[in-house]
Ligand binder design. Sequence first.
Ligand code: NAP
Length: 313
Amino acid sequence: MKADRDVIIIGAGAAGLTAAQYVARANLNVLLLEELAPGGQCLIIDNLENYPGFPDPLPGVELSQKFEEQAVRFGVDIQTSSAHSVSKKNGLFQVDTDNGPLTSPTVILATGAKHKKLGIPGEEEFSGRGVSYCATCDGPFFKGKRMLVAGGGDAACDEALFLAKLTDQVVMIHRRDRFRAQKALAERTLNNPNIEVRWNTEPKVIKGSAKVEEVVLWNNEKDETYSEKVEAVFVFIGSIPQTQVAKELKVELDEAGYIVTNQRMETNIPGFFAIGDVRSTPFRQLVVAAGEGAIAAHAASQFIDELKGEAYV
Ligand code: NAP
């Protein structure tokens, strides 16, 4: 049974790039598939403050480039291609890609998660015209303007703090009366003079003509509805794990739809691993994703060693 590769990794964020580097260094034949540019979520982080080894704030785009350079230096083959589905055929995984089917005895899924939408009137209509899911990308267009941030997790706080460097008029709304974000981040957000936090507040409609002009807000405690003039609405209300590619394999998911693995990043399907933001984990961080990449690479390499004693060549 001859496979195209030893390991196919789907998704080149911090998790996938680290896994690829470790697999290549174990002298295995690895292919890393990425439909966009390598780097994943890291690419849109303004400044990283908590990635170990970099004491000064580090632009996410720079760290992404370093991840990629290092993987390429160890011989990782990175291809720009979408993986559409993974199935199991004759003892091997078959990954259907833009460039045709490819086979391997192991697959590491590192497809991450995509931003959740509010699902309110005006959100789709004004997407790219004031509605945004990336402060680093779109914030500079609204320098000095009044902006709304929706959400209460780490992402919402991080991004509100970034926007507060561009304007002194950030209105941040959260649907309940305390942040979900880590304590230090939540405190920095609350103490920032350029951010006005409004608790128990939900967006209901986004309005405008050519661009966003106002948002209808609802105070769910007082049951009051009012309009707020803003020029941009930034939405950070969590993520949806990108598991579609593994649907055919019937990989086990948790109640929120993230892939369940053991400590070795193994899913319920032997030879199929999941790492990074697509995996069920209590703490999603870049450094955690990179660590999971290293663990999966090691486990995949052991899995292949065992197979080589059997049928796989
Ligand atoms: P998250 O932790 O799931 O938080 C989502 C926030 O959005 C919650 O506050 C939630 O409210 C709110 N929300 C959810 N659905 C909503 C809706 N329909 N309408 C209004 N509000 C809604 O998501 P995240 O902030 O994107 O973070 C995702 C993961 O990445 C987390 O594990 C986080 O730790 C990590 N991360 C870390 C950093 C960092 O360390 N600097 C930065 C970014 C992300 P409730 O609180 O009421 O549920």
